[in-house]
Design a binder for this molecule. Structure first.
Ligand code: ADP
Ligand code: MN
Length: 701
């Protein structure tokens, strides 16, 4: 038995080596004993009779997958090694293993037969031995019995009663009982028992024998099946390898064909090469012919060259002369057309100006330009939410602002200057208005907005980057200079400040307590006794402005504070006389830097500051009222409500051109004031002042 176990174990190990676990498992599920062996040999749990646990099933699946992978690896190894050499080697190995298995099978069969033969020879298993012993005992007992019977017959005593009809024996009186009756009975009983036991043993033996045969048959069948599956696997492998070999052969045949074709191509090419060689020699001939031809051409060229030389000496100067005269004619034509263009251009410029004035005159609106200052360095670097940029410029002439509550609004103005607009760009748009002063118009330009939004920057500007004021005066002087031959201009300047409703003459020798009032005069409202300085050049004006600035600041300790609480008005009066017609025109230009438009509540002002704020509010709200009254077409315009509106009366009336700069800050924390300023400016823009008129007096009047 031990040998048999070992044989089966060996076989299973071989199976494992051959990686044919599936047939083993099938085999194992048919025979629990073999199943245990399988487990022993492979170290794995084998499902027996379908009662496997989940884990076992999983294990088996894993095992199966591993097996599949191994088969795959084997295949890919075969593929990668390519050639049928590898396949053949594998096959050889496989065959060897099969042979070994067959040997093992025959050994196993022999062992099985031996196991069966042992039973027949009586030297077998326990049952057989026991039976033999029992039989021997029975035999002995039989002999004993016979002996006893023989003995009984001799002395007339038998174990059994004398058969009927037998001659009567001696009378029973002659008894000497040689054999004990009880002993015989006991023996008979024992005999019967043994016989029964014998029968039982025999039956047991038959049963065991049957079982053993079954086992042997089953195991044989299993082994045969495995062998058959291995054989079919082998066959499959042989077929596939054969197929591969065939394919390789086919491929080789194809290659041969290709090589043949290539050889043919080489042959053809060689032929072509030879043909080319021969044609090459033909070309050599052609080349020499060409060389000859080129020689003749060269001589022809030389001839031609000398001819050209000759004609150059005679014809070219002639041609040049005629060309030059043509060019001269063309250029004089060209010059003339340039001249025409220049004239046309000047005409166009004049026409444009005329149309501009016409449009402005007809509309008579208060023109509104919005300007947004750039964010300061501090605002840019703060990173604070309140310093985020809240303005946008969606289109030409449009500005959009967002406030802290997320409200957004879009405004449209005659011009919108964004954070990167220059003083030059701003002035360019103001210039036509300024120059119309020379034609006798009243022009008023004022800057409106919260403190710190660029009013002073726009109107005055720093020395290095002058604003509207200086640029306007420069242009006036420049134009006046240019028309000097026909028109004589007298230019006068005044600078005043309105602070707490009081007028301060900033050009006066003694800027003191003196009170000024606004009066109505023949040429509009005026301030009696106000210092009016005649100027002939820009330099003089700049000097005056410096003086005004000095006068303004000496009176105040906190200049910034003061300037934001007062209105500064630079006025320019131009009286122009036409030297030929004697016609006199009067133009007035007010350039105003208004006080900050911020509301009082915000700064929490008290005392004097409150009074200042109230006064600013008064003049600015009076300005608003005037604008509103004009907008609604009211017959009563409340000019008299504040010093500012009184001063500007003739510039805010029908016959004037008014431009308002609304200045705004680009950052969020100013957005509320920004909204107010832009809304105010929007209302102002809707006001139609009516057609502006020139203030011209015919000569002699
Ligand atoms: P306001 O007169 O309205 O109180 P300012 O003209 O004094 O405001 O301007 C406030 C600050 O912003 C100043 O430092 C000024 O130089 C600067 N500023 C204003 N507008 C501009 C601009 N367009 N470009 C550059 N800096 C400007
Ligand atoms: Mn200012």
């Amino acid at each position: 038995m031990k040998e048999k176990d070992d044989l089966i174990m060996d076989m299973l190990k071989t199976f494992k080596r051959l990686q044919v676990l599936e047939p083993i498992q099938a085999f194992a599920s048919r025979n629990s004993r073999i199943g245990n062996w399988v487990g022993l040999a492979t170290g794995e749990t084998i499902e027996i009779g379908g009662n496997a646990t989940d884990e076992e099933v999983q294990e088996l699946r894993k095992e199966r997958n591993d097996l599949r992978n191994m088969v795959k690896d084997l295949k890919s190894a075969m593929d990668s090694k390519g050639g049928d050499g590898a396949i053949k080697m594998k096959l050889k190995e496989f065959k060897k293993d099969v042979k070994k298995l067959e040997k093992e099978k025959s050994k196993l069969l022999a062992a099985l037969q031996q196991a069966q033969g042992g039973e027949g020879g009586g030297g077998g298993g326990g049952d057989g031995a026991e039976t033999a012993k029992l039989m021997l005992q029975v035999e002995k007992l039989k002999k004993k019995l016979e002996k006893a019977e023989k003995k009984g017959g001799k002395d007339g005593r038998g174990l059994s009663p004398p058969p009927p009809g037998a001659p009567p024996g001696p009378p029973p009186t002659a008894v000497p009982p040689a054999v004990d009756d009880g002993k015989v009975k006991a023996l008979e009983e024992e005999n019967a028992k043994l016989a029964k036991k014998l029968e039982e043993s025999k039956a047991k033996y038959e049963k065991a024998k049957g079982k053993l045969e079954e086992v042997g048959k089953a195991s044989l069948k299993g082994q045969e099946e495995i062998l058959a599956s291995m054989a079919s696997e082998m066959e499959k492998l042989e077929v596939s390898s054969k197929k591969e070999i065939d394919e390789a052969k086919k491929e080789a045949a194809g290659k041969e064909e290709e090589i043949k074709k290539l050889a043919e191509t080489v042959k053809k090419l060689t032929k072509t090469n030879e043909a080319l060689k021969s044609s090459n020699s033909g070309l050599g001939v052609a080349l020499s012919q060409l060389a000859k031809k080129s020689g003749t051409l060269t001589s022809e060229f030389k001839l031609l060259k000398s001819q050209v030389h000759a004609s150059m000496k005679t014809d070219v100067p002639k041609i040049a002369k005629s060309t030059a005269s043509q060019i001269a004619a063309a250029s004089s034509n060209f010059m003339k057309s340039i001249e025409d263009l220049k004239v046309n251009y000047e005409k166009e410029v004049k026409e444009r100006k005329r149309l501009f004035n016409l449009v402005q005159e007809l509309r008579g609106n208060i023109r509104v330009f919005a300007r947004c200052r750039p964010p300061s360095k501090k605002e840019l670097s703060s990173g604070d939410e309140s310093s985020t940029i809240c303005v946008e410029f969606p289109a030409d002439g449009e500005v959009a602002m967002k406030n802290e509550k997320g409200k957004e609004k879009n405004w449209e103005f005659d011009q919108v200057f964004n954070t990167s607009s220059t003083q030059e760009q701003v002035y360019k748009e103001v210039s036509p208005l300024v120059t119309s002063v020379l034609d006798g118009f009243n022009v008023c330009i004022f800057a409106y907005g919260q403190t710190g939004t660029g009013k002073t920057f726009t109107m005055m500007g720093p020395e290095s980057n002058r604003g509207v004021n200086t640029r306007a005066l420069y242009e006036l002087f420049d134009m006046s200079q240019k028309r000097r031959s026909t028109i004589e201009d007298k230019i006068t300047v005044s600078v005043l400040e309105v602070y707490n409703e009081q007028i301060k003459d900033l050009l006066a020798e003694d800027v003191g307590e003196r009170k000024y009032t606004v009066r109505e005069g023949p040429h509009g409202n005026y301030v009696p006794d106000l210092t009016m300085v005649n100027v002939d050049s820009l330099d003089e004006v700049i000097e005056l402005l410096a003086l005004a600035d000095l006068n303004r600041s000496t009176a105040k300790t906190n200049m910034n504070e003061h300037s934001s609480r007062s209105h500064l008005i630079l006025s320019c009066y131009i009286v122009s006389t036409n030297k030929h017609s004697g016609e006199v025109s009067r133009g007035k230009l007010h350039l105003i830097d208004l006080a900050g438009s911020e509301r009082v509540g915000k700064s929490g002002a008290k005392g004097l500051a409150l009074k200042e704020a109230q006064n600013i509010n008064k003049s600015l709200s009076a300005l608003g009222d005037v604008i509103a009254a004009r907008g609604s077409g009211s017959s009563h315009i409340p000019f008299r409500n504040s010093t500012l509106t009184q001063l500007l009366q003739d510039s805010l009336s029908a016959d004037s051109k008014t431009l308002m700069f609304v200045c705004i800050s680009p950052v969020m924390y100013n957005s509320e004031e920004g909204f107010c300023s832009l809304n105010f400016a929007e209302r102002a823009r809707k006001v139609e002042l009516g057609k502006a008129t020139k203030n011209v007096v015919k000569a002699g009047k």
